[in-house]
Ligand binder design. Sequence first.
Ligand code: ZN
Length: 294
Amino acid sequence: MIDSFSQDTKTEICAARSKLRCCRVSELYGMLFGAARFDRSGVSLVTENPAVSLCCIKLMREIGGFRGVSDRELIDLSDPRRIGQLFAALGLDESSSCDKIEESVLHCQFCRWSFVKGVFLSCGTLTAPGNAYHLEFLMRNEEAALSFYSYLESLGVSPRITERRDKTRGVYFKDSEGIVDILGYIGANRAAFELLNVKIYKDLRNNANRVSNCELANIGKTVAAATEQISAIDTIIRSGRSDELPGELRATLDLRAAFPDATLSELAAMHTPPITKSGVNHRLRRLIEFSKKC
Ligand SMILES: [Zn+2]
């Protein structure tokens, strides 16, 4: 199945170039941090999205100074000299761990989310709205996943981590608010709006269901009460003891028998003179009590 929502979102994000150079460095660092392989012996970013590979290539040309090499080589590096060149361009020294986020690479306040944007471009997936809410970053190993997890927490969002059979780990979100926030921060505005629209629609529909369930419950209660009253009145009439009732109860009995579908308010208004709804209710209860002796 083609994951078109994720791909469209990535294409949208790639179209907006980060304004500051420091943020573009952070974005490239994010793309490499989220890559299938990122260490000093090899760098490999696998993507089916041409916009993502083009975005990565442009950043590597600009930041890493890569020129005169094939596009293929730009995202599948094995030459130690070129890898060294790339690490130096990012500001990573020999002691830096490739599976731990080096925050010294991130300079301004926007860099922090530019990094997440880069990670999403290389290993993120987003479930289309309408299904369950799910945004996931598939990290190449546990150490990288834990580092990214803590990093996201420091940005004020609350991810979770999946266990997998292989060494990869998914850092993911299932709450719609968290996902919408992240999409907004990384520049995926269209996807954020689509998710919000679906959420609003779902909330409205749930509310509508709650209201109609509540109405149905009330109707059910009214029907049950009316059925009990009608059956009591039937018992009284068949017993031939309705003449024993006081005049006002007799009037209510006749009206209820004649108008079995009328509401209490309607019955109240039919009395001469009209009585209150609670008055009708009280009389009906007395009729039910009387019927138990018939
Ligand atoms: Zn920046």
